[in-house]
Design a protein around this ligand. Sequence first.
Ligand SMILES: NC(=O)C1=CN([C@@H]2O[C@H](COP(=O)(O)OP(=O)(O)OC[C@H]3O[C@@H](n4cnc5c(N)ncnc54)[C@H](OP(=O)(O)O)[C@@H]3O)[C@@H](O)[C@H]2O)C=CC1
Ligand SMILES: O=C(O)C1=N[C@H](C(=O)O)C[C@H](O)C1
Length: 236
Amino acid sequence: MKKIVVGGLEGKMGSFLVEAIKAEEDIELVAGVSEVEQLDGEIPIYNDIQKVLDEVEFDVYVDFTVYQFAKMASEVMLKAGKAIVIGTTGFNKEDLDYLKTIAKENGGKGVIAPNFSIGAILINKFTEICSHYFDNFEIVEYHHVNKKDQPSGTATYIANTLDCALKRKLTSTHVHSVRMPGVLAKHQVLVSDEYQTLELIHQSNSRHSFEKGIILAIRKVSELDELVYGLQHLLD
Ligand SMILES: NC(=O)C1=CN([C@@H]2O[C@H](COP(=O)(O)OP(=O)(O)OC[C@H]3O[C@@H](n4cnc5c(N)ncnc54)[C@H](OP(=O)(O)O)[C@@H]3O)[C@@H](O)[C@H]2O)C=CC1
Ligand SMILES: O=C(O)C1=N[C@H](C(=O)O)C[C@H](O)C1
């Protein structure tokens, strides 16, 4: 049985995950983290991450909150040698390098993944293949109007893949952000040379698109011996 703590369990992704894991016999939610402490419910909900470490027995900390909080929670958990699964977006290269070092020094492990859907992993892979043949790329990300960060973590991830593949400075690839009602999450990569254009599109029509990836990460994270960036590190 994997005992998990979910940070942001009252948010859109957190509450979706809490429902989704009810169907999983080997995963149990033992506590939550929110902005307001509530210790008298079915499970304790803390607003202090250190208190979670002191008072709860758990295997994996899962986070769908906001960048600043997720960064702090990841640091605290990794310093304590815990396993983390972080879906919150906004982590930059310096954050990741720092957290990887902390994980190594303290026996912490985990995955920080800006997108848990298999389609998003594939669009990143196909974009990398395109970089063998093309030089011109634009990325457009479309999301719901309540999304707090911009550009999306997935768009930044694909842009970084391209910048590395094309041996350019990070942030060279243009990312355009659109926020519209009726959209959940869509990523479009536009590719061209003088004579042709190619478009890659991935769209999440439901939060169920992230479900399998998150469950897989919770199950497999303990097998890691480091902190990795991207769900593909856990796929065969
Ligand atoms: N990796 C992936 O596959 C996916 C990643 N995401 C990412 O997940 C994150 C959350 O998205 P979403 O669920 O839509 O956002 P929401 O705004 O719906 O949820 C965020 C939650 O975090 C809580 N929160 C904010 N600050 C704190 C804090 N200081 N302490 C504790 N809890 C806090 C919020 O509480 P309150 O409302 O009270 O402020 C809210 O419940 C985003 O970064 C998003 O990009 C989203 C979908 C898929
Ligand atoms: O906020 C969201 O909704 C999503 N956030 C992630 C991102 O920033 O890439 C993943 C997905 O696009 C949904």
